[in-house]
Design a protein around this ligand. Structure first.
Ligand code: PMP
Length: 364
């Protein structure tokens, strides 16, 4: 062979690794529970399973733009179907969006993408892979976005801002007032993505209604997924709702066939059973509130939790706590030096977590 080895772009070589939630380790006499990926433990509705299995023409390409799914979503949310682009999970949809609006220009200028931190682990990977520069703005001590600091971080090179509500992994949701005031101060040529992966679990009063906002703000993109409340994480279906200024370029750049026929069929069926989904979601919300209250009572400092997870700000004890949870056959997600995110699971799993927290002492 001629020459040296292939080398990726410097940004790719320096990417942080996405640490996917690990399965729990078995322990004697204990049912193992995976509480590390914010999945819905109750699984999808039967109709979605059946629809998935009924797709037969496996040798044929799916509908390139998932027309049936977009039409169904349009009916459910009362928005035009043209305002929706689907993707391979919301992560696929976000990757498409970022690649349209942030990167390195022909003159070498590097676009900037502002997002809260700590937030969803994939943000730095998606932004840096697109060739853009990420600008992380620390969340406050209660795990809330510091919107003033995010506004202050805007420069001439900012092209995208990501908001995550409720914020993964810290938990609080943004209010409608906060986001409206924020949008009024963001230059109109910056795309503002509102990542609502966990929207169905929000119970806070006055939480942001992003679908109402996008109609008045052509620079707003609402990001949603079937992975969480709909429990279809394995099928990888997500979507963006926005006006044509954002949807047009996304559609032009979209890899065709990004949603498989079986995944589309399952997602459409799931939308036909929202009342069933509402029951499992409400169950998880109830459990989340029960867990949070028990932990507050035990003296833990747990921020507002509006997703299907709670955040334990354990700092330097995070790795040790995750290890202790592992001994009890619970897999949780530790962010070394910061905290531990624990997904809400089955009642027994949540009980076990509460017991662990009650007996855990910060021995240092
Ligand atoms: N956004 C947030 C905030 C998330 O937590 C996740 C998944 N953990 C995603 C997006 C991506 O989900 P998916 O690609 O499965 O739709």
């Amino acid at each position: 062979p001629i020459g040296a080895t292939v080398t990726p772009r410097p940004a790719i070589a320096a990417l942080p690794q996405y640490a996917a939630g690990r399965p729990p380790q078995p322990a004697d006499g204990l049912t193992p529970y995976k509480l590390s990926s914010n999945e819905n433990p109750y699984g999808p509705v039967d109709a979605a399973r059946q629809a998935y299995r009924s797709v037969d023409a496996l040798g044929r390409y799916p509908d390139p733009t998932a027309q049936t799914l977009r039409t169904t979503l349009a009916e459910v949310f009362d928005v035009p179907a043209e305002d929706i682009v689907t993707g391979t999970g919301s992560l696929g949809a976000l990757t498409q969006l970022i690649s349209c609006f942030a990167g390195t220009g022909p003159d070498g200028t590097v676009d900037e993408v502002i997002y809260p931190w700590r937030s969803f682990e994939a943000y730095p990977i998606v932004v840096r892979t697109a060739g853009a520069q990420d600008v992380q703005v620390l969340v406050d001590s209660e795990g809330r976005h510091d919107l003033e600091a995010m506004l202050a971080a805007i420069t001439d090179r900012t092209t995208v801002i990501l908001l995550c509500t409720p914020n993964n992994p810290t938990g609080p949701a943004l209010s409608h007032q906060e986001v409206s005031d924020f949008l009024a101060r963001v230059p109109r040529d910056i795309v503002v993505v509102i990542d609502e992966a966990y929207i169905e679990f929000i119970r806070a009063e006055g939480a942001v209604d992003a679908l109402a906002l996008y109609r008045h703000h052509p620079n707003v993109a609402v990001l949603r997924t079937f992975s969480k409340a709909h429990a279809l994480a394995s099928l990888r279906v997500g979507y963006v709702i926005s006006q044509q200024e954002i949807i047009g370029p996304m559609r032009a750049a979209a890899p065709p066939f990004s949603v498989s026929a079986a995944a589309e069929a399952a997602a459409v069926a799931s939308l036909g059973h929202l009342d069933e989904i509402q029951i499992t979601v409400q169950n998880l919300v109830y459990e989340r509130q029960r867990v949070r209250e028990a932990l507050l009572e035990a003296g833990w400092d747990v921020p507002a939790a509006e997703g299907n997870f709670v955040w334990l700000p354990l700092g330097e004890h995070s790795t040790d706590f995750a290890h202790q949870a592992g001994v009890l056959a619970l897999s949780v997600r530790a962010f070394d030096g910061e905290g531990v995110r624990v997904s809400i699971g089955e009642t027994e799993a949540n009980d076990r977590l509460i017991e662990l927290c009650r007996s855990y002492s910060l021995r240092g």
